[in-house]
Design a protein around this ligand. Structure first.
Ligand SMILES: [Zn+2]
Length: 360
């Protein structure tokens, strides 16, 4: 049935939009003045108040700005879909922390000491409990370089069994790149080598007090040092860069290994924890980039499709004796509209995949 909007409804709609635009650009006091200045009908004022109430309740879960509570005691800050720059201060990856009854675990520390400090401030706005664990999900600088901001907490810094070596090998490259790309925001950034390793055979359980986390170290996939964190209390799986949502995935490990990891997750739909000795269902997934997803199977399926397309098309080129530059010019171009930052990373993905599949 065709919907007919009355002038009154349009008026409300326009005012609603105007107020929402104000909410995005103004602080609350300015917003109030603006709203009071605007002479709306009684209905519009009611709408405005309802919207303010809604916004207040939404920001009621924010921990001092930037962090959002996505499950009880589980805080998440979303990175922007951009490359490193001085203006975004390197805050391009998702970071978070989980609060138990006795202690706190940080998940990823951002691109710099400064970003690490900001994460620490957010934790302190929520709780005074000790920060005993800093979990680094993998080596990439947007996830791993803020760890030294937590040194005064003397936490155990935990990573995949390959993380220490991977970071040590890239230390000067990562630190120099961040200095160049972030400028002052990279000041005082130092590399922290993990003090505790998770093996691919054993996994690791951490007790935050009435709350167990289960860490899984994977065979080579996005990198050779990917770690996921499963919060058994809420069924939240922090997959980090094993899943990219909206932003194009980046292959820095093994295309085939990554496909295998995704196949395993999609087939089981649950995580085998040491703690309760049963496979616990995954309720929501936190990607390394992009929003938290409850429809995580379809988010993984989209990423799987992209990587599988690349693999299939490259295999065809290799079987005909084609070259890497032919592959870069032709493979996976149908996927362009599906991913942000496609032009920046797709060619690199094809190059990496070609080098891997050539020796298959
Ligand atoms: Zn990464």
């Amino acid at each position: 049935m065709k919907q007919v909007k009355t002038t009154r409804q349009y008026g409300i709609f326009i005012n609603f939009r105007k107020i929402y635009a104000n909410l995005l650009s103004l602080d609350t006091s300015l917003l109030f003045q603006k709203i009071l200045k605007i002479q709306y009908s009684q209905t519009c004022v009611m709408f405005s108040l309802a919207l303010i109430l809604l916004t207040t309740s939404a920001t009621g879960v924010m921990a001092g700005g930037g962090f959002q509570q996505i499950a009880p005691g589980l805080y998440f800050s979303s990175g922007v879909h951009q490359d490193f720059s001085k203006s975004n201060k390197g805050q391009i990856a998702n970071t978070g922390f989980i609060v138990g009854s006795e202690r706190v675990a940080i998940i990823d520390t951002g691109s710099s000491y400064q970003q690490g400090l900001r994460i620490r401030e957010h934790v302190r706005a929520v709780t005074d409990l000790p920060i005993d664990y800093v979990i680094v999900t993998h080596m990439h600088p947007d996830h791993a370089l803020g760890t030294s901001a937590f040194s005064k907490d003397s936490p155990q810094v935990i990573g995949h069994q390959n993380l220490a070596d991977a970071l040590a090998r890239r230390e000067s490259t990562y630190l120099n790149n961040m200095k160049r790309l972030l400028g002052d925001s990279a000041k005082d950034t130092q590399l922290v080598i993990p003090s505790k390793s998770v093996t691919t055979t054993e996994g690791m359980s951490l007790n935050l007090g009435d709350r167990w986390l289960y860490l899984t170290a994977y065979p080579t996939a996005h990198t050779n040092n990917d770690l996921s964190v499963f919060d058994t209390k809420t069924g939240t799986l922090w997959l980090s860069d094993l899943l990219f949502v909206e932003r194009i995935p980046v292959i820095d490990g093994s295309l085939l290994g990554w496909l295998k990891v995704m196949d395993g997750l999609m087939a089981s739909g649950c995580i085998n924890t040491q703690h309760n000795r049963q496979c616990q269902p995954i309720v929501q997934v936190v990607p390394g980039h992009g929003p938290v997803v409850t429809a995580w199977q379809s988010a993984l399926a989209k990423q799987h499709h992209y990587l599988e397309e690349i693999a299939n098309q490259i295999r065809r080129i290799i079987s005909k004796g084609g070259t890497i530059s032919q592959a870069v010019k032709s493979v996976g171009l149908d996927e362009q509209g599906n991913w942000l930052l496609f032009n920046e990373y797709h060619g690199r993905n094809v190059t990496a995949a070609f080098a891997e599949l050539e020796w298959e």
